[in-house]
Design a protein. Structure first.
Ligand SMILES: NC(=O)c1ccc[n+]([C@@H]2O[C@H](COP(=O)([O-])OP(=O)(O)OC[C@H]3O[C@@H](n4cnc5c(N)ncnc54)[C@H](OP(=O)(O)O)[C@@H]3O)[C@@H](O)[C@H]2O)c1
Length: 313
């Protein structure tokens, strides 16, 4: 039995290309005490991998099944969520595992839990207006859905192209060709957040995945609560954010809530009560196709969460 692994190749920096990845065939690793061998079923791709790739690491959130075990709490066949190298098989410490259903990868690899954590951190109340930046991404698209489920009165967003603006505001009932169900959206590459939000109207809560916080502080009105989720612009090669205007933060009584979903394990049950969520996604078949899919994600060619079906041909 062999293990297909994709390794990062030492990068010279700049925009990554296919030369930054190497496909390697190796022996399947053996689990030691307190470990299991996992046959990966799905890996999640994300912008965070741009930073990891530059650092020489390819680790992704993954769901799979225990294929060999030294721990009776995780017998063979158990579905598990873990952080995995890009490989068909991986060994993991059972202390780092959570059980999960490999036949329902979106529920554990989609962005809904992060979305709920951020919207709770910002204290979203029914009837309020939410602005989601980076709204076509894995977490942003989930934030739109979760905000609705929490009773948001109006959900607006921004994304990086006119094509994706149309996708955001399309009707989700339109099947696979349908949209993400946002009430309104703007292109944050074609215009500033200040100008976009001025047209879309006042917001109560911001779910921010872009990290253009200085602009946000200028754009929003008094007492806006901002959940700081990510920094896509900096992660994907954009300029660092300029310094925050602290007098504006104070003068407008803004609340900035940094959060990580990992801090809120109890949210799983709340999410289950709110859902299920039909999360926008694409599935890429085969581990060998993952490098190109990741480059496409970095270039903004995907929308929603991008999963790699590891065991496909
Ligand atoms: N706090 C937490 O617990 C937590 C958890 C998960 C993720 N995060 C963070 O949240 C952020 C969003 O994660 P995600 O998984 O939703 O991201 P993602 O789906 O991997 O993001 C991909 C999107 O990034 C956009 N993009 C591409 N190039 C860009 C650029 N130069 N500047 C700005 N955007 C660009 C593209 O959308 P456009 O075509 O619209 O540009 C693309 O659809 C990331 O920063 C991630 O690290 C935080």
């Amino acid at each position: 039995m062999t293990n297909i692994e994709i390794h990062p190749v030492h990068s010279t920096g700049g925009v990554p290309g296919l030369g930054d990845f190497a496909v390697v065939t190796a022996a399947v690793p053996e689990p030691g005490p307190g470990q299991v061998l996992i046959r990966n079923r799905y890996l999640a791709l994300g912008a965070v991998l741009r930073t990891l790739l530059a650092e020489g690491t390819l680790i992704a959130r993954a769901v799979g099944e225990v294929a060999a075990s030294t721990d009776p709490a995780f017998p063979v066949g158990t579905g598990v969520l873990h952080r995995s190298p890009w490989s068909t098989y991986a060994v993991a410490d059972t202390s780092a595992l959570r059980t999960a259903d490999p036949d329902d990868p979106l529920s554990c690899l989609g962005g809904a839990l992060t979305a709920l954590a951020g919207l709770r951190a910002a204290g979203l109340r029914p009837g309020e207006t939410v602005y989601v930046s980076g709204a076509a991404g894995a977490v942003g698209s989930a934030a739109g859905r979760v905000a609705r489920a929490l009773g948001a009165g109006r959900v607006v967003g921004s994304t990086g192209s006119a094509r994706k603006v149309a996708l955001l505001t399309g009707d989700p009932a339109g099947g696979p060709a349908g949209g993400f169900g946002f009430d309104a959206a703007f292109d944050h590459r074609a215009e500033s957040i200040v100008s976009g939000l001025a047209r879309l109207g006042p917001v109560d809560v911001v779910f921010d995945t872009l990290g253009r916080v200085a602009e946000l502080v200028e754009a929003v009105g008094p007492r806006t609560r901002i959940a700081l989720c990510g920094a896509l612009t900096q992660q994907l090669g954009g300029a660092p954010d300029p310094r925050l205007d602290l007098t504006a933060v104070i003068g407008k009584r803004l609340s900035l809530h940094g959060f990580t979903a990992a801090d809120h394990p109890g949210l799983d049950a709340q999410l289950a009560e709110l859902g299920p969520f039909a999360l926008p996604h694409s599935i890429i078949d085969g581990l060998a196709a993952a490098p190109q899919a990741l480059l496409d994600l970095f270039a903004g060619r995907h929308a929603g969460v991008v999963l790699v079906r590891v065991d496909a041909a």
